[in-house]
Design a protein around this ligand. Sequence first.
Ligand SMILES: [Zn+2]
Length: 122
Amino acid sequence: MYKNVLLNKKSQIDYWSPMTEKQHIGINLFQLAVLLDVDEKLFYNFVINHSVYCVKCRGIASKGIEVEEIYLTERNDIRVQGRCRICNGSVGRLFAFGEKKEFDEKAYRLRKSIGPPQLHAQ
Ligand SMILES: [Zn+2]
């Protein structure tokens, strides 16, 4: 399944475990949808559209933000990077979902399904 990885990076596989090696990884919208339950999705959408602080606007990005990158952090929180829809300034927001046991478990399963981190991937 991870043939290329195994061939090129065997030494990294040997000690890697999704339980101990929680890295900051990029995820896509589909993976985000798998992680969030109904309430978390509502909360996420509300924050994206109404509650992200924009440094350039010196206030809430009142037209919401365009999400460009989504990360699952070391603590199993979600970090979003994007652009303010008003000024196009760079904005970011952390969602502390990792504190919730259910989310933490789903994040663990996602990490396991993705497999070992590609250390050279950007
Ligand atoms: Zn702005």
